[in-house]
Design a protein around this ligand. Sequence first.
Ligand code: SF4
Length: 81
Amino acid sequence: MVESKKLPRNVPGKYYTTEECDGCAYCASVAPANFDYEKDSNTYFVARQPQSEEEEEGVLEAKEDCPLDAIQAYGNGRGKE
Ligand code: SF4
């Protein structure tokens, strides 16, 4: 798999967005507590790592359905670590 570049504003932790993001806002619609928008770059970044199972489900849904595959996770991105 090609390594994509992580956007600088992602908070440290498991999930992050990459520069493939085009700001479509889908992720923030399914996980509004976890993704935030940066206007200058027109990208979304992980503003808060999931703090509950419910939030993690939302982030995983965003990750699976992101049209540009711009949400990545360290590890396998599933399951609890
Ligand atoms: S769903 Fe993907 S492409 Fe759309 S804003 Fe979120 S990270 Fe970016």
